[in-house]
Design a protein around this ligand. Structure first.
Ligand code: MN
Length: 312
C-alpha cells in the first residue's frame, strides 16, 4: 500500500491492532476540464466494499461561465451516487429523469445494462460547488438489471453527542437509508463538532474509507486532509474522527469486501475487455438511448488502449 505516514496510525479493537493506510489522490480532469481529486480506484486500493470510484471536487467557484458541464455520457454495470457539500447540480438522464440535487440529498442512478446522463450547473446556482462523485459496482447477478434513477431528498439524520450523521447509504444506529443498493454498503456524512473527537461505530465485517471534507483531521490516529483517503480493513469496531480546524465534516464509505474482479475503463464497469469494447462500440454507433433537454453534443468515447484491459 502507498502509505504516506512515517508512523501509520494504529487502532486497537478487541486486542487486534490494525494499521490505517493513507492513500494519495490522483489529480484528474472531468468532462469540462475541472480538476478533481480521484481517491478511488487506485493501484493499491481498487474498491472499498462495492464502492469502486470516488472523486472529491471543490470547493470551486462556479459563479462565472458554465460551471460544471459534463455532457451526456454512457454507463454500464454500476450505480452512480452524487453527494454535495455546497452548491447545486442538475441531473438529466436517458430515462427522462431531471433532478436538481442540493447538499444533504442523494442522487442514485442505477445504470444496469446501460444508461446515459448529463450533469451541469443550473442557472441561479450558489457560487460555490463542493462534492463527491461515487460509483458502486453492481454484483454479477444484477449488472444487467433495468436502468433506474432515484432522488432522495429526505435521508435519516442521527444527532448524538459530538456528531451529526446523515445516512446516505445503508444503516446507522437502526436508521435505514431509503437508497436501494445491491451489496452490503454504508455511506455517511459525519459532521463532528470542532475541538471534539467522535468515535463512529462500525461493522467488523466491513472495510471503510474516510474523506476529510473541509481540511486537516485525524482519522484513527492518522493525518488526513482533502486529497488523502484513510482506508481501514475489516475488523474495526469504531473509527475515531477528530477535526483539526473549525469545520469537521467527513464522508465515510464502507462495505463487505467485494470479491468479484472488475474491468473498468472510461465510464464502464464490466468483467472482460470484450464487454468494454462492445460498450464503447455501442456508444460510438449511437446504440445507447439519448438525453433530452441538454443543449450540446454528447461526450465522444476516448480510444481504447492497445492490448487487453487489466482486471482490477
Ligand atoms: Mn457519469
Amino acid at each position: 500500500m502507498s502509505n504516506l505516514e512515517r508512523e501509520p496510525g494504529v487502532i486497537t479493537t478487541s486486542g487486534v491492532v490494525r494499521a490505517v493506510d493513507v492513500l494519495e489522490a490522483r489529480k484528474a480532469a472531468i468532462g469540462d476540464g475541472t480538476e478533481v481529486r480521484r481517491l478511488l480506484p487506485q493501484r493499491a486500493l481498487r474498491t472499498v466494499g462495492a464502492w469502486c470510484f470516488l472523486d472529491h471536487y471543490g470547493p470551486d467557484d462556479v459563479s462565472r461561465g458554465v460551471g460544471m458541464h459534463v455532457p451526456p455520457h454512457p454507463h454500464i454495470g454500476l450505480q452512480t451516487a452524487t453527494w454535495l457539500f455546497q452548491g447545486h447540480v442538475l441531473h438529466r438522464d436517458s430515462l427522462g429523469s431531471q433532478a436538481l440535487i442540493r447538499p444533504g440529498e442523494l442522487n442514485l442512478m442505477t445504470s444496469g445494462r446501460g444508461i446515459v446522463h448529463a450533469e451541469e450547473s443550473p442557472r441561479g446556482r450558489p457560487a460555490t460547488l463542493h462534492g463527491l462523485q461515487l460509483w458502486i459496482a453492481l454484483p454479477d447477478g444484477d449488472r444487467f438489471t433495468d436502468p433506474s434513477f432515484a432522488h432522495h431528498a429526505v435521508l435519516p439524520v442521527v444527532e448524538e453527542a459530538g456528531a451529526i450523521v446523515t445516512v446516505a447509504v445503508g444503516e446507522y444506529r437502526g436508521e435505514q437509508s431509503p437508497a436501494h443498493v445491491f451489496t452490503p454498503l454504508a455511506g455517511y456524512e459525519v459532521n463532528v463538532q470542532a475541538g471534539a473527537a467522535f468515535t463512529l461505530p462500525t461493522r467488523p465485517d466491513f472495510e471503510y474509507a474516510v474523506v476529510a471534507v473541509d481540511g486537516a483531521a485525524t482519522v484513527a490516529g492518522a493525518h488526513v486532509e482533502p486529497g488523502l483517503l484513510a482506508h481501514l480493513p475489516p475488523g474495526v469496531t469504531g473509527i475515531e474522527l477528530e477535526p483539526e480546524g473549525a469545520r469537521g465534516r467527513f464522508f465515510v464509505i464502507g462495505g463487505a469486501p467485494f470479491a468479484e474482479r472488475l474491468v473498468m475503463w472510461w465510464n464502464f464497469v464490466a468483467r472482460t475487455s470484450e464487454e468494454i469494447a462492445q460498450a464503447r462500440e455501442d456508444w460510438a454507433a449511437g446504440r445507447f438511448a439519448t438525453v433530452r433537454g441538454y443543449a450540446g453534443d454528447p461526450l465522444p468515447a476516448p480510444a481504447l488502449p492497445a492490448g487487453r484491459l487489466c482486471p482490477r
